[in-house]
Write a protein that binds this ligand. Structure first.
Ligand code: FES
Length: 117
């Protein structure tokens, strides 16, 4: 795990490593200490807070299929493009996933400091 600040972006991982592993959990300390789950989905980097909005479990081993992330604890599914909960197969009170903008710069994955709306 690694992190470093680059203005409003955080440099968090090697892009080739993420492409190879398909997911990485990185610890960041800005603006506070938390973990971000990086996913390589269909050739793009997706970054979400490594916390399920249902009951705060880690999403480290969540199932990812196309653009859907499914938490393994209670089975809630979320749309990775909007962060919102999908209605099937199971629904419960939960906010959206906290998502972050991403970019690759000089082979490094960077995430925005502020979450996406
Ligand atoms: S903690 Fe993730 S679905 Fe309940």
């Amino acid at each position: 795990m690694e992190s470093g600040s680059v203005g409003a972006w955080l440099d968090v991982a090697d892009a080739r490593e993420l492409q190879h592993l398909r997911r990485l959990v990185v610890s960041v300390t800005e603006p506070d200490e938390h973990e971000i789950l990086l996913l390589w989905v269909r050739g793009r980097v997706v970054a979400v807070e490594n916390v399920c909005p249902h009951a705060a479990s880690a999403l480290t081993d969540a199932k990812v299929s196309r653009r859907t992330l499914t938490c393994r604890v209670h089975g809630l599914s979320f749309d990775l493009t909007s962060g919102r909960q999908r209605r099937r197969p199971y629904q419960a009170a939960a906010g959206p996933l906290t998502r972050f903008g991403t970019r690759i710069d000089a082979g490094r994955v960077q995430v925005e400091l502020s979450p996406l709306p």
